[in-house]
Design a protein around this ligand. Sequence first.
Ligand code: XMP
Length: 514
Amino acid sequence: VVLVVDFGAQYAQLIARRVREARVYSEIVPSTMPVAEMLAKNPRAIILSGGPSSVYAEGAPSLDRALFEAGVPVFGMCYGFQLMATTLGGTVDDNGAREYGRTALAVSKTGSTLFEGTPAEQPVWMSHGDACSAAPEGFTVTASTDVVPVAAFENDEKKLYGVQYHPEVLHSTHGQQVLEHFLYRGAGIEPNWTTTNVVEEQIAAIRAQVGDKRAICGLSGGVDSAVAAALVQKAIGSQLTCVYVDHGLMRKGETEQVEKDFVAATGAKLKVVDAEKRFLDALAGVSDPEQKRKIIGREFIRVFEQAQLEILQEDGPEVAFLVQGTLYPDVVESGGGTGTANIKSHHNVGGLPDDIEFELVEPLRQLFKDEVRMVGQELGLPDEIVQRQPFPGPGLGIRIVGDVTKERLDLLREADAIAREELTAAGLDRDIWQCPVVLLADVRSVGVQGDGRTYGHPIVLRPVSSEDAMTADWSRLPYETLAKISTRITNEVADVNRVVLDVTSKPPGTIEWE
Ligand code: XMP
């Protein structure tokens, strides 16, 4: 494993992904983890991420010198670079030498491990106030910029390397190459982490965990649960029963997709529970988002328990496991990375209640979304499932601002189907991360349709682009497409007389409205 030490900026996840793109397995650890604990993980290399602080700021995260003396190759980036410099006796000054954004890096190549085969001058992405003016003893300076005399240094003997810029961002055009040079040449790691390995490893792990007991898996129609289920199905075959709870909060056509496409691709045993009435009864009159999430989560588990009872009555071993499609960003965001399941309520199927009776199987806990899709492909799932945009577990229940009724759900389902249809027709599916369609059921506005006054509800379109849903920007969709969606929704969906576009990034707005 390669450890990425997170100094508190948004870069650590990106670095971890880039390392995996180099086909080397990586994990993120917090900078507060004691060095002994990091070393106990037997890392093949350690990468120090960037961070928001100045190394001289009060309370700035620091690092035990022992990290550099353990014989493990280390690569410092930005803040990690400066920390490495100051810890090992180099000089970093707050001399006003600020650089933000695209900068020209001058590389002195002779004997450089990091820059071998890259241009003498290359664009890199900088974001720093302080600058390193002298490298620690034993280090060779291998790059500089107009304002920073020491923009990269290397110590081949001790296998310590650092760059002032952010090699992990795309604007640093040779960043991936430099990172790979560190991993392969500096640290001597073989690039052999692939989705095939992941599948094999996980299948073995699932078999070991589940033994000869049985497991159930809730299918939501989404990529994560489908891939998790397909993996477990491959590992334990008929010991797995998939349960699809039709809570009535699904989008148009989704139930059919699970019932037909998923089963056809995996051969999994599927039990469909029609629980629409139960969910709608439980949600009646509730408009508070958190309360909705809790209710949906609670009912979900209750329905599972019911399904479990029914499955238990069939002949067979104990049903002791629940499969969940928890992803790595959820684990990192909840402060995990190590430790046990503690995912915030938000990202589960609505939040698990305390009295859960199953042990969790989470075969995607180590993976990023794009890796999950690759695993899905490897397992032979159809594109309609693998390439699907994310859809929250609580479904359309959290896309109705106001209380949830069957009538409102039907209306939103129509509007959502139109938006999806038009986005697909315009070839925009790959350009956007997802496009929530939200019904403002508590809002009415005046309109005119035909010759009459209307007093209907607005529909919000929330198309976003994102790499991982942790941050997002609103998508600049072509006006033509927006116009088409708007015209069709207001014409075809009763009670909707206005379509509005959400032009908020995340932060400050979350992707979903609730
Ligand atoms: P937010 O709204 O927090 O959403 O910006 C980030 C991503 O997570 C999805 N999401 C959920 N997914 N259960 C899920 O499985 C949930 O309760 C849930 N809430 C939000 C959301 O669609 C977006 O992709």
